[in-house]
Design a protein around this ligand. Structure first.
Ligand code: AHR
Length: 503
C-alpha cells in the first residue's frame, strides 16, 4: 500500500473555474461531422440530419464549448462555400486531410447544432489561405443585426437573428510545416493583430484567441509565443496551447506521467505571456485556451498520418480506440487544467465524435462511449466554483523520461453556492493500492459524502465498443469522513471522484 496525503484550505483558491474549461472540438475531418454528428437518413437523425443519439451523448458528456471548423481543415476553408442553399454549395478538395469537402454542413448548420446541444461555439477564422478581410466578413455575416449586404445575406439564408458568436480563434497551428499557409511568428503575429482589430471594430463584444505553438515539441516553442504576443498583445485575450499524449514505447508509467509535463507547459506559457506583458508595460493578463489536447498515437503509427487516396468524403480515419489506460491519462490532463484554473480559462478536448473522440458512431447504427468519456464527464459536471491550492505528500516513482513523479495526482474544487466540494484523484501506482487522506481546512460546518465514482480494476488495454461498454465508472467502495478528514483506499491505477457537502 502506498500513501498519499493532501491538505486543502477553503480560503486558498488557485482561481475561479471557468465553465469553458470543459470544451470539445468539431473539425471537418474524417467522420467527425459527416457520419458523426450529421448523418441524414440515419434512424436517429432529425429533419436537419443531426443524430439525436450523438446530441444526447454530447449533453451527457457535459461539454460546454465546441471549437469549429478546425483544426488543419480551417486553414484552407472558404466559409462562403458552406452557407446558402445546400444544392448550390460547391464540393472542394480539402488539402489538410486529402478529402473532398461536400459543404452540406457549414456555419449555419453548426450554429443550429450548438443551440440544440446547448453548447457555446468557439468559431475559428482562416488565417492560412485567407486573412483579415475574410474574417471581418464572416463576423459581419454571423453577428451584425442587419442592414448590410452580409447581414442581409444571413437573413436570406433563414437566420433573422444574429448568431452572436462571442468566442473566436485566429487561425490554427500556423507554426506547423503541415499547415496550409504556415507562417513565421512575426508574420502570424502581424496578421493576428490586424485581424483582431477589424473583428473588434465589427463587434466589440467578442473574445479572441491567438495561436501559440502546435506543441511543446516544436523547435520554435517559446520564441513563437513571445514573438506572436509581442505583435498582438493588446488585441487578443487568449493564447492557445495544443498537446497530444503518446505511448509509442509502451511504457505505462511514463504515459501516466503525462499530466506533469502538461502542467509545466502551462506554467511556461504563462511565464512567457507575463514577460511580454511586462515588456509592454501592460496591466492586462493574457489567459490560456488549451484548445486541443487528448491521447493520440495508436491511429498514427510512428507519429505519421496516413495520406488518404482518392479524395474520399468523410473517410474513417484517425479513429483512435481508447482503452482504460488512456482514460487515466485523460483524467491526469483534466487535473492539470483544474490546477491551473487561474490562467487556463478555455480548453477543448480534441475531438468530439469519431476522430480521436469520446463519442463513436456506427454508420447507420449505434453511438457509444469510449473510456475517456467518463473522466471528462465527471469533471465537466462536478468541478465548479474555485479550484483549491493543495499541499501534497506522496511516494514517488521513477519514470523513464520524466524523472521522479508522485503516484498521487489530485484536484480539489469548492463551490460556495452549493456548499459542495469535488475531489478528483488519480492513483498512478500500477500495482499498489493507495491509502489516501484529504485534510480540509477552513470548513464552516461538518461534511457529508454525497457522491462517489471510481474507474478502476480493468486491464490497462480494456476498451468499449458499439456492442458493449464494460469500462465505465462505479461507486467508490471505501470513502469515510472523520471531522474534516476524508479517507479512502484507492485501487491501483484508478480514477476516483468524491463529492462532499457541508451543512
Ligand atoms: O485534432 C487533429 C489535428 O491535430 C488538428 O486538425 C490540428 O490542429 C492538430 O494538428
Amino acid at each position: 500500500m502506498t500513501i498519499g496525503h493532501v491538505i486543502a484550505d477553503l480560503s486558498f483558491p488557485i482561481g475561479d473555474i471557468d465553465r469553458r474549461l470543459f470544451g470539445t472540438f468539431v473539425e471537418h475531418i474524417g467522420r467527425c461531422v459527416y457520419g458523426g454528428l450529421f448523418e441524414p437518413g440515419h434512424p436517429e437523425a432529425d429533419e436537419r440530419g443531426f443524430r439525436r443519439d450523438v446530441l444526447a451523448l454530447t449533453r451527457e458528456l457535459g461539454a460546454t464549448v465546441v471549437r469549429y471548423p478546425g483544426g488543419n481543415f480551417l486553414s484552407g476553408y472558404n466559409w462562403e462555400d458552406g452557407v446558402g442553399p445546400v444544392a448550390e454549395r460547391p464540393k472542394r478538395l480539402d488539402l489538410a486531410w486529402f478529402s473532398t469537402e461536400p459543404n452540406t454542413f457549414g456555419t449555419n448548420e453548426f450554429i443550429d447544432w450548438c443551440r440544440e446541444a446547448e453548447i457555446t461555439p468557439l468559431f475559428c477564422v482562416n488565417l492560412g489561405t485567407r486573412g483579415p478581410d475574410d474574417a471581418r466578413r464572416l463576423l459581419e455575416y454571423c453577428n451584425h443585426p442587419g442592414g448590410t449586404a452580409l447581414s442581409e445575406l444571413r437573413k436570406e439564408h433563414g437566420y433573422t437573428a444574429p448568431h452572436d458568436i462571442k468566442l473566436w480563434g485566429l487561425g490554427n497551428e500556423q507554426d506547423g510545416p503541415w499547415q496550409i499557409g504556415e507562417k513565421t511568428a512575426y508574420e502570424y503575429g502581424r496578421i493576428a493583430k490586424e485581424t483582431a482589430k477589424l473583428m473588434r471594430w465589427v463587434d466589440p463584444g467578442i473574445e479572441l484567441s491567438a495561436c501559440g505553438s502546435s506543441g511543446l515539441e516544436m523547435k520554435s516553442f517559446g520564441a513563437w509565443e513571445y514573438e506572436v504576443l509581442d505583435q498582438c498583445y493588446e488585441q487578443v485575450d487568449f493564447l492557445s496551447l495544443h498537446q497530444y499524449f503518446t505511448n509509442y514505447d509502451g511504457d505505462s508509467a511514463d504515459f501516466l506521467g503525462a499530466a506533469d509535463p502538461m502542467d509545466r507547459y502551462i506554467r511556461e506559457v504563462v511565464a512567457i505571456c507575463d514577460a511580454v506583458g511586462a515588456k509592454h508595460r501592460s496591466s492586462k493578463k493574457i489567459m490560456l485556451s488549451f484548445d486541443e489536447y487528448n491521447v493520440w498515437w495508436k491511429a498514427r503509427p510512428n507519429g505519421k498520418l496516413k495520406k488518404l487516396e482518392g479524395w474520399p468524403v468523410g473517410p474513417a480515419f484517425n479513429e483512435e480506440i481508447y482503452n482504460f489506460e488512456d482514460a487515466l491519462v485523460l483524467g491526469g490532463a483534466l487535473i492539470a487544467l483544474l490546477n491551473n484554473a487561474d490562467r487556463v480559462k478555455i480548453a477543448c478536448l480534441a475531438q468530439l465524435v469519431n476522430v480521436i473522440a469520446p463519442i463513436m458512431t456506427e454508420p447507420g447504427g449505434k453511438a457509444w462511449r469510449q473510456p475517456i468519456f467518463f473522466p471528462f464527464a465527471d469533471v465537466a459536471k462536478l468541478a465548479r466554483g474555485v479550484s483549491l491550492r493543495q499541499a501534497t505528500t506522496s511516494e514517488t516513482f521513477a519514470s523513464k523520461s520524466l524523472g521522479d513523479l508522485n503516484y498521487l495526482l489530485s484536484s480539489t474544487t469548492y463551490d460556495a453556492e452549493t456548499k459542495r466540494l469535488a475531489v478528483f484523484v488519480l492513483n498512478r501506482h500500477l500495482e499498489d493500492a493507495m491509502d489516501f487522506t484529504l485534510e480540509l481546512r477552513g470548513l464552516p460546518a461538518t461534511l457529508e459524502v454525497v457522491e462517489t465514482r471510481v474507474l478502476a480494476g480493468y486491464a490497462l488495454d480494456a476498451t468499449n465498443s458499439a456492442a458493449t461498454e464494460p469500462v465505465r465508472p462505479t461507486t467508490h467502495p471505501s470513502v469515510t469522513v472523520d471531522g474534516s478528514t476524508i479517507s479512502a483506499t484507492l485501487q491501483p491505477a484508478s480514477w476516483n471522484v468524491i463529492v462532499l457537502e457541508h451543512g
